[in-house]
Design a protein around this ligand. Structure first.
Ligand SMILES: NC(=O)c1ccc[n+]([C@@H]2O[C@H](COP(=O)([O-])OP(=O)(O)OC[C@H]3O[C@@H](n4cnc5c(N)ncnc54)[C@H](O)[C@@H]3O)[C@@H](O)[C@H]2O)c1
Length: 310
């Protein structure tokens, strides 16, 4: 069978568990040499543990693949620099960077503390900037090939009510992804964002599962069907390959067995005046033109779930 990533080298952050683990295994199975990064913290981003990254490295090697562990906290600038340097020192180049690492600290906006805000923005936004910054220096020098995959979320696209920090970070990553697509195109680098859906410890937090309560086991651990996090990986493999050089600056959904291409935000309606808007005129016109027929969101919570998602 053809291997689609033969000779490529990759970093996958947050690859000790969940979706990142599935991506690291899939990239390696397709011939890529992988740096498996994970700092091994809790879902809230606390503590450190080397065993999740090491276990994935062991799995890849047992299957005949090539992998090295890295335990950096990607939100620490110097640790992220060392992570990229490890890939360059070990494999001589870096072709693929998948920024999967992420944490959750859910709270309604009126209850959210400064620490909860900062912690989530730090890992998702600063962590993704950190690794991408150092990878992009290499890609700019090399001018040959690069694949950047960032992890967004439907929480950022739709605006999950109980996750203002996470929604802001995940929507911010779409702007970051598009900026990198524009900046790095001339160096043959593509940049795309994934909005995944999978059963992991992140989604266990958002679910009120009777089954889980009864058995005591988190629902994600029993998942072998469509929501198995391994199912996010195939489209990531495709986007990381030579075949996907035409796909950049896009948001792609990967959930279960579905792969979705999201549209860009496009202009829907526009009104204009010959000069500065007369405010009374705007009050007269807006309800019957640009804002005609709009409804505020209901704010309803999906039944059986908290007002949050991963
Ligand atoms: N599971 C879903 O349905 C879903 C939906 C939308 C978005 N996402 C996003 O997908 C990504 C993966 O999530 P998951 O569901 O697999 O969660 P997960 O908790 O199973 O895995 C995330 C991994 O990232 C690691 N990590 C966290 N902060 C880190 C840091 N600073 N440095 C290095 N490693 C760090 C964790 O230790 C963990 O192993 C996240 O970015 C998440 O926000 C997941």
């Amino acid at each position: 069978m053809a291997q689609h990533l033969e000779g490529k080298s990759a970093i996958v952050t947050g690859a000790g568990r969940g979706i990142g683990r599935g991506i690291a295994l899939a990239l390696a199975s397709q011939g890529a040499s992988v740096i498996v990064n994970d700092f091994g913290g809790t879902v809230e981003g606390e503590g450190r543990d080397q065993s999740p990254a090491q276990q994935v490295v062991d799995e890849i090697r047992a299957a005949g693949g090539t992998a090295e562990a890295n335990y950096a906290d990607v939100a620490e600038h110097r640790e992220a620099e060392d992570l990229v340097r490890q890939a360059l020192d070990t494999y001589g180049k870096l072709d693929i960077l998948c920024n999967v690492a992420g944490i959750l600290r859910e709270r309604m906006i009126f209850n959210m503390t400064e620490q909860e805000w900062d912690a989530v923005i730090r890992v998702h936004l600063k962590g993704t900037y950190n690794t991408t910054h150092f990878a992009s220096i290499h890609w700019r020098q090399r001018r040959e090939f690069g694949r950047l995959i960032n992890f967004s979320s439907s929480a950022g696209i739709r605006g999950s009510a109980g996750q203002p920090n996470y929604a802001a970070a995940k929507a911010g990553l779409i702007g970051f992804t598009k900026s990198c697509a524009n900046a790095l195109a001339r160096y043959n680098v593509t940049s795309n964002a994934i909005a995944p859906g999978a059963a992991t410890r992140m989604t266990d937090r958002g679910l009120v599962s009777q089954d889980a309560t009864r058995s005591g086991a988190p629902p994600s651990e029993a998942e072998t069907g469509p929501r198995d996090p391994a199912n996010v990986a195939p489209v990531v493999v495709y986007l990381c390959s030579d075949a996907a050089s035409n796909v950049s600056g896009r948001v792609i959904g990967a959930s279960g067995y579905q792969i979705t291409l999201y549209s860009d935000i496009v202009m829907e309606r526009q009104i204009f005046s010959d000069g500065p808007w007369d405010i009374d005129r705007l009050f007269e016109l807006a309800p019957e033109t640009i804002f005609e027929g709009l409804q505020p969101p209901s704010g309803d919570r999906p039944s059986g779930a908290r007002s949050s998602e991963a």
